[in-house]
Design a protein around this ligand. Sequence first.
Ligand code: NAI
Ligand code: MG
Length: 357
Amino acid sequence: MKTYKIAVIPADGIGTEVINPGCEVLETIARADGGFRFEFTHFDWGSDYYRKHGVMMPADGVDQVRGFDAIYFGAVGDPKIPDAITLWGLRLAICQGIDQYANVRPTRLLPGLKSPLRADLAKDVDWVIVRENSEGEYAGAGGRAHRGLPIEVGLDVSIFTRTGIERICRFACDLARSRPRKKLTIVTKSNAQRHGMVFWDEVCRGVIKDYPDLDIDWMLVDAMTTRMVLKPGTIDTVLASNLHADVLSDLASAVAGSLGIGATANLDPSRAGPSMFEPIHGSAFDITGKGIANPIGAFWTAAMMLEHLGQKDAGDRLMRAIEEVTARGNVLPPDLGGNAGTRQVTDAVLASLESMA
Ligand code: NAI
Ligand code: MG
């Protein structure tokens, strides 16, 4: 029987509350399928680890997870530790260390859920946002000088490379081609950012010559936000830089009803290293420990992991189980307007999976 070795890193806050339910769901699917199984290895990295050891993960952390088939990640962030330390010390260190350059974020309105958009607009939301995940505005280049003096400066330098742009644009084009509408929107800001973003446009224009079958348009990032709200049905696959897609994808998950359902994959499309799957939300200090975190983002993430591992049927089954629960609407967490806790939502999805088996 095929065994998938999964590195599990729940990390902080509600990350620890949604990832174990996610593992339960994955085990249930594997059992029902009978053709594969999971071997989970848990890593206690994150802010508590930092408090004990002064680092978010061991120095060889990236190498420790390199040999796994996939990484299932919760969220990082602690009210008492600066975000730049927690994010760079763990999540970004893994993404960049393994060169998971394609971040993929699907958005659609699950049955039964309400969008803040008008129903006639929201029904057409079916997007995938592709985020450049290795460079751009989050390359980490820059510095601080003259600390504490009036002349103090802080610099963040965006890095756009031909290789980086070419590979993410090709990935987005291939993904758009695999979807029924064969439609791609390339997001830019080359009117104001006249070096890196102009280069982004140029390299993308070169890549899309190989995809004459795609319907491609271009949007400035600020105008893209209005299009997502006013004409959501005109959007399908979206390519954007690291920062732009970060912002657009939070808007996307709000349009879909809640940050609590958003899923994301950090892919190394070359498959030289493992890809990392995580709900898009953070550690949510305001609800940590209350048992009410919505686990659906972590479940949708698990469905993406199944597909990546070659178990698309199992991933589809998990999505159907989630949709069955949202459509019924009687067991929903508070962020979706209900009063069920994480445990009850998990049990409802597990029951739905069992009933399909
Ligand atoms: P957040 O995503 O943690 O929370 C934003 C709001 O959405 C909160 O009101 C929260 O209660 C709600 N929410 C999020 N996920 C939910 C869920 N599953 N169920 C119910 N409600 C949910 O973002 P915030 O507050 O900006 O950041 C908190 C910490 O998380 C910060 O330290 C931040 O750096 C970190 N963070 C980490 C991310 C990651 O690990 N990938 C992503 C985003 C933020
Ligand atoms: Mg974000």
